[in-house]
Design a protein around this ligand. Sequence first.
Ligand SMILES: O=C[C@H](O)COP(=O)(O)O
Length: 387
Amino acid sequence: MLPTLNRSSLRAISHHGRRLLSGAPASGGGDVGVGQEILEVKGPSGGGVGGGDKQDTVKGDISSPTYGVKYNPGMPLDLKWVESVAVNKSGLEQRATQLGGRRTVKKVYQAAWLLRAISCIDLTTLSGDDTEGNVRRLCAKAANPVRHDILEKLGVPSNFGLTTGAVCVYPARVKDAVSALEGTGIPVASVATGFPSGQIKLEHKLAEIEQCVEDGAREIDIVLSRDKCLRGDWSGVYEEVKLFKQACGPNVDMKTILATGELATYKNVSKASLVCMMAGADFIKTSTGKESVNATLPVSLTMMRAIRDYYDESGKEYRVGYKPAGGISTAKDSLSYLALVKDELGDTWLNNDMFRFGASSLLGDCERQLHHNAFGEYAADYYMPSA
Ligand SMILES: O=C[C@H](O)COP(=O)(O)O
């Protein structure tokens, strides 16, 4: 028997904070998770850092009580808080190692989670040889990320409207992407501020952001000045990120790329996360995809816990999104990250308002897995048109 996604599986997928199935309320109310889906969780009860040794199986409802809604006005720089940050390195790494083996999501539940993962992808091309043509192809794929026969076989309604969360390009390609995505509702994200190194002057960084916004980007992914972070100049980082946020303006989301692989320690990652959020970041993002080490699970744990601390410190008012990026290319990886988000931040973060994958090749593997879910076999590569 081939699996068919039922209506409750499908109503899980949010798109830019809107419910996709008819009759669904707009953001702010109602249940929105993978309906009555059950996530089979195998692992230490509680799932905290380090966990326990006891292996158990917990059946949990993964429905979300509300859509995540980003809201972060920022706050004054609190250097005392930043300097007091402590990180349990071995605990983080141990928990990250255990994660993959502890969780399984199978059959229709896996399909539902993969559809969720796809809706959270910032489908990315950041290559020296990007052209208008390949950006247009990427945008077409973002608007129709999974072959229609696969969705049909899975029982996904034809008006379901699955898309990726955004398309992410270089500043020079923003206009191409904006024109290719016209009418789809999919936002264009642009990297900026001298991506990936950030080694250009401040005035050029600000001018680059302003140009991207003028060209129609609705999300800007800025890079941190790693030299400031490495020198512990957190006031400098704060002031610069505040200027970036100002340049983005009130209607454009700012994601701050920490380039964690170049920050040397988890403690620096945690401090940089806090400082970016204090300066008004809408998302914090791990990597450019160009560092030698990009997104990892321990780094993700560190950053998600900083998001949680910031949320708690604000009296549970300021929500910041999370974007792991770089090197995330398998469906299995995407499920590990989603499970981590669920554990560390909760269901409110499990949608594309609050969570994104920065990835150029993840979509292809998710589609392959969905093909397997639908037809019971993997398709040959030439049957899976990619961007
Ligand atoms: O922000 C997105 C990354 O540059 C994508 O990295 P990737 O090509 O390793 O998926």
